[in-house]
Design a binder for this molecule. Structure first.
Ligand SMILES: Nc1ncnc2c1ncn2[C@@H]1O[C@H](COP(=O)(O)OP(=O)(O)OP(=O)(O)O)[C@@H](O)[C@H]1O
Ligand SMILES: [Mg+2]
Length: 330
């Protein structure tokens, strides 16, 4: 197995808050928000994810956050978000990324209710290549879901949010992810590995084709119970090939789960549902996308993102910083 590229993951002093003017909020999460920003130097648009240090410490996510920064700095793939650098002030951490203009796959899916078979297949195939890349570098992603898959101006995917990504050589135990997408071996806090991402790929394909997740319930506890029961209803309108693939991804049995077997990702790529995919062409984006986001590129168009109430920002304030040393690489 290849190890991660041996390059420096530290980029101190490269950026600061004064390099950007903040335009608006693109998304919010448990630890902070993501803003559309404009560089005062080259006038280009970027996205900056801001995390509150106190909140990260309170929620015991220090290691995950340092991992997120390190993973993002290392990965380089057409279907993964690119991060340019990071910095911090007394209260917050900042990550500067490319702005991906086409919005979340989640929004497109909710608007469409469900995707036709070829559309779901296209997005699933790009996700498969991204997972293959991450796993070949011993990174488990652990948070695959439509909210974390963005579409670029041409309609290719960019996976964002490496908040749970981790470099793992053997196995790990942490319970994390999003209830609907969590694999049974994570729910039962068994040791687990890359297998969890292939389970989530199954859930993602299922949701793209039906408009809902297979184990959905109002409460996470009930959802976990459903996951452990493992009963999936496959609507009759699903193509038999995809139903077959889904039974091989959404299986509790790790000795049978595709992606996790001797053949690795190749078993998934060679499955009949993907038979018409030309993987090399897809990787070089030499394939027409099923949907071109209706946006004007390069001008900070945010029409495909939801709007969020803007808050008074506490960025750039100089005050005591008890947690700075926990995030030394930012
Ligand atoms: N590079 C980007 N370009 C455009 N929008 C982005 C970008 N990165 C994030 N977003 C938007 O912001 C939202 C939240 O970002 P992200 O998923 O990284 O954080 P989060 O879910 O709050 O993190 P966590 O899961 O760690 O709480 C995304 O779902 C997406 O809508
Ligand atoms: Mg997210």
């Amino acid at each position: 197995m290849a190890s991660l590229p041996n390059r420096s993951t530290v980029s101190k002093g490269k950026y600061s808050l004064t390099d950007f003017s903040i335009q608006r909020t693109l998304g919010t999460g448990s630890f902070g928000r993501v803003h559309l920003v404009r560089s005062v130097h080259n006038n280009r648009y970027y996205a900056i994810k801001v995390l509150k240090k106190a909140q990260i410490v309170k929620m015991k996510q220090v290691e995950h956050t340092n991992d997120e920064r390190r993973m993002l700095k290392l990965v380089e793939h057409p279907f993964l978000i690119r991060m340019w650098g990071t910095f911090q002030d007394s209260k917050n951490l900042f990550m500067v990324m490319d702005y991906v203009e086409g919005g979340e796959l989640f929004s497109l899916l909710r608007k469409s209710q469900r995707f036709p078979n070829p559309v779901a297949k296209f997005y699933a195939a790009e996700v498969t290549l991204a997972l293959e890349y991450l796993h070949s570098h011993n990174i488990i992603y652990r948070d695959l879901k439509p909210e974390n898959i963005l579409l670029d101006k041409n309609g290719h995917i960019k996976i964002t949010d490496f908040g749970f990504a981790k470099e793992v050589r053997d196995v790990t135990w942490t319970l994390c992810g999003t209830p609907d997408y969590i694999a049974p071996e994570v729910v039962t806090t068994k040791a687990y590995n890359k297998s969890v991402d292939w389970w989530s790929l199954g859930i993602l394909i299922y949701e793209m084709l039906t408009g809902y997740t297979p184990f959905y319930d109002h409460t996470p506890m009930k959802t976990y119970e459903n996951i452990l029961m493992g009963h999936v209803r496959y609507p009759s309108y699903l193509h038999p090939d995809v139903t077959d693939l889904l039974t091989k991804l959404i299986t509790k049995d790790l000795t049978r789960r595709y992606g996790n077997l001797q053949g690795g990702p190749q078993d998934v790529k060679n499955h009949p549902w993907f038979s018409e995919v030309i993987w090399e062409k897809l990787l070089s984006k030499d394939i027409e996308t099923p949907y071109e986001p209706p946006i004007q590129s390069g001008v900070g168009d945010t029409s495909l993102f939801d709007s969020y109430p803007e808050e008074e920002l506490d960025y750039g304030i100089v005050c005591p910083d008890p947690y700075g040393k926990l995030f030394g690489d930012f």
